[in-house]
Design a protein around this ligand. Structure first.
Ligand SMILES: *[C@@H]1O[C@H](CO)[C@@H](O)[C@H](O)[C@H]1NC(C)=O
Ligand SMILES: *[C@@H]1O[C@H](CO)[C@@H](O)[C@H](O)[C@H]1NC(C)=O
Ligand SMILES: *[C@@H]1O[C@H](CO)[C@@H](O)[C@H](O)[C@H]1NC(C)=O
Ligand SMILES: *[C@@H]1O[C@H](CO)[C@@H](O)[C@H](O)[C@H]1NC(C)=O
Ligand SMILES: *[C@@H]1O[C@H](CO)[C@@H](O)[C@H](O)[C@H]1NC(C)=O
Ligand SMILES: *[C@@H]1O[C@H](CO)[C@@H](O)[C@H](O)[C@H]1NC(C)=O
Length: 367
């Protein structure tokens, strides 16, 4: 490489780095009142293993906006992001913690995931009206989710996973609350929340929904009759018709029955996870419309019939798990995706040789 090329590369690097740091400069210096609230929070938390990866960087003599892990500020020095995830912390002085937290009015992103706040889900989140991201997954909160959450109309990402017993008021079905009140939701994660009752077609109002995780719940048809089964199916159908949906995980709801509807053209679905449910019937030929599909987990359901030939058009497929269903026919018709990593076809009635184009040195096949 010539000197000139070297110099050019260096210059390019320099420009890249300096543009980058310029964009960080929009952070202002921490305001005193905001800093005082953080100190109040810090003092009211105890980390169970006395190691707090983020909070140990909170030094009194440094700027909280630029030097404290988990904090981000706007240009005026107000705190807009608080990430206390994975601190394994519990609250030692409840009043101080929550009064401090709910005064951080500018917060747009709040992550309390993976902590040990072993107490009822506090009300008060509805004071943080600017929240766009709220993650309390496995934070230790339990009991009913306060209805106030539904006032956070700017929410785009909401993760309430592993809050032990779910429920709003008995008269507000969960679907309805989210879909009527939180119109901007793109990601909704309710893993292991004790969600029960049927799907509700109001979910189709979530026009921007791209990820819906409902695995490990107790979703079913409310009354085991034809109409409620039908309603579940319609709702699933509507969900899968949502042009924005990229990931749907409703696995491990073993009382959830249904079959796959026709898939729209140019669907964006990348992940479809229905394992450990009571889904049955055949795969529709229109599954070939899901050109971006990379993960299809259908294990331990009751699917049958042969794999439609359109399936071979799915050339982004990486993970296929069809194990323990009643699929029949030839394995050769399955997929010629070069991206395949794992294919589990065990416990079916599929026959025939493994397709010669499957690269066995990097593809794990179970038959
Ligand atoms: C915040 O709490 C952490 C963990 O207990 C501690 O290491 C840190 O010194 C505290 N910072 C302030 C400014 O009190
Ligand atoms: C919530 O936080 C946990 C832990 O940091 C993370 O694994 C999870 O992906 C987050 N959820 C969302 C929807 O961002
Ligand atoms: C699931 O819901 C059914 C009926 O609503 C109920 O009988 C059952 O106990 C629930 N199971 C769990 C694990 O909550
Ligand atoms: C296969 O799935 C059925 C339900 O569809 C279940 O009862 C059975 O235990 C599963 N078998 C294995 C080996 O997982
Ligand atoms: C698949 O199972 C359904 C019942 O769930 C049955 O009506 C249908 O005929 C079966 N199809 C095949 C090809 O076995
Ligand atoms: C199969 O995969 C291995 C490991 O990734 C690679 O080295 C090899 O070239 C591949 N073979 C074919 C025929 O694509």
């Amino acid at each position: 490489m010539t000197f000139l090329q070297d110099a050019c590369l260096f210059l390019l690097f320099y420009i890249l780095i300096s543009t980058n740091s310029d964009s960080n400069c929009v952070q202002g210096k921490c305001l005193n009142d905001q800093r005082a609230l953080l100190l109040q929070l810090n003092q009211s938390l105890t980390s169970s293993d006395s190691f707090s990866p983020k909070r140990s960087s909170w030094h009194r003599n440094t700027d909280c906006c630029s030097s404290w892990d988990g904090i981000s500020c706007n240009k005026d020095g107000n705190i807009i992001g608080l990430d206390l995830s994975d601190e394994h912390a519990s609250v030692s002085v409840q009043d101080d913690f929550y009064s401090g937290l709910f005064k951080l009015q500018y917060l747009e992103r709040l992550n309390l995931a993976e902590n040990s706040f072993s107490e009822p889900f506090p009300s008060g989140f509805d004071q943080l009206l600017n929240l766009e991201y709220l993650n309390v997954s496995n934070s230790g909160f339990h009991g009913k989710i306060p209805i106030g959450i539904s006032r956070l109309t700017r929410l785009v990402i909401l993760d309430l996973s592993i809050t032990v017993s779910f429920g709003f008021t008995d008269t507000s079905p969960w679907c309805h609350v989210f879909s009527s009140c939180l119109p901007k939701l793109q990601v909704l994660s309710l893993v292991y929340c004790g969600v029960s009752g049927p799907f509700d077609s109001s979910l189709q109002k979530l026009r921007s929904l791209s990820v819906l995780n409902l695995n490990y719940n107790n979703i079913s048809a409310e009354v085991p009759n034809f109409f409620s089964k039908f309603r579940n199916l319609i709702t699933l159908h509507l969900l899968l018709q949502l042009q924005t949906l990229q990931s749907l995980d409703i696995s491990s709801n073993d009382r959830l029955e249904g079959s796959l509807p026709d898939f729209p053209k140019n669907g964006l679905l990348r992940e479809l996870i229905l394992s450990y449910t009571s889904f049955s019937g055949e795969l529709p030929n229109s599954i070939g419309n899901l050109r971006l599909l990379s993960t299809l987990y259908l294990q331990n359901c009751a699917f049958n019939g042969s794999i439609p030939t359109s399936f071979s058009k799915l050339n982004q497929l990486q993970y296929i798990d069809f194990s323990n269903n009643s699929f029949t026919g030839l394995i050769t018709s399955i997929s010629s995706s070069e991206n395949l990593v794992i294919v589990d076809l065990s416990q079916n009635r599929l026959t025939g040789p493994i397709p010669p184009e499957w690269n066995k040195s990097r593809l794990y096949v179970l038959q």
